[in-house]
Design a protein around this ligand. Structure first.
Ligand SMILES: Cc1cc2nc3c(=O)[nH]c(=O)nc-3n(C[C@H](O)[C@H](O)[C@H](O)COP(=O)(O)O)c2cc1C
Length: 212
């Protein structure tokens, strides 16, 4: 039940105090995020961690000047790969071989299957797929932050091309898709602090096919 309490505690904070999140908590959130599931296991994204005030000041206008950006401790930028290349698949198979201490031939059939699937698609299709995997990681990070009693505001209200430019993401083969702003809620100034959580009833969200 503790997880449900953490999820009820969290909300998308609009005003933060500027207090710093301790590095070990940031690391814990990132480690949980690293363990996210992804399709094929490829983890086709990176997470850019911005804590430097100067960079935050440059990013803020591209995030519609939403106050939590400047009042945050860290901004996590979830950036998906622009495409999936043969090298990405090679690197993934090499990682499998290393971690499982197994020879290349064990992964040959798997490599062919995923290569045929991913390398035949357009860059656009692969980017959209990569972005969906990044959103799974975003969800993990939101939950991990709540468990650490760190406030975390997911954000799509920003200019991705502008963020990519400032952070040099194109050179890394990445495009930003979502943000997670970490910090601590400013209860006195946040109109949403202590607001009830608005969610559909479970009966309106779930469709079940159970045995009669
Ligand atoms: C993908 C995504 C994008 C969002 N973008 C923004 C945003 O740009 N700015 C903001 O203040 N809140 C943003 N939110 C927060 C939602 O408005 C909020 O999660 C939703 O209203 C549910 O409320 P709660 O998370 O506070 O419980 C976003 C949430 C998600 C999941």
């Amino acid at each position: 039940m503790q997880l449900i309490e953490h999820l009820n505690w969290r909300y998308a904070v609009k005003r933060m105090t500027g207090a710093k999140v301790p590095e070990e908590k940031v690391q814990h959130i990132l480690e949980a995020t690293r363990l996210s599931a992804s399709s094929v296991g490829l983890q086709p994204y990176k997470i850019i961690v911005v804590s430097d005030e100067e960079t935050k000041r440059k990013l803020s206008p591209l995030g519609m000047n939403q106050p939590q950006l400047l009042e945050s401790s860290h901004i996590l930028v979830f950036a998906a790969q622009e495409n999936i290349t043969a090298q990405h698949i090679e690197d993934y198979i090499a990682l499998q071989m290393k971690i499982k201490n197994a020879p290349a031939e064990n992964f040959q059939a798997y490599k062919e299957t995923i290569s045929n699937h991913l390398l035949s698609r357009t860059a656009d299709a692969n980017f959209n797929w990569a972005a969906r995997q990044a959103y799974i990681a975003l969800g993990t990070a939101i939950i991990a932050a709540a468990e650490q009693k760190v406030d975390a505001t997911p954000m799509e209200g920003f200019n991705p091309a502008g963020f990519d430019e400032i952070l040099g993401l194109h050179q890394l083969g990445l495009k930003s898709v979502a943000l997670l702003v970490l910090g601590y809620r400013d209860e006195a100034n946040d109109f949403l602090a202590n607001a009830p959580k608005v969610r559909k009833d479970l009966k309106d969200l779930i469709v079940r096919f159970d045995a009669a």
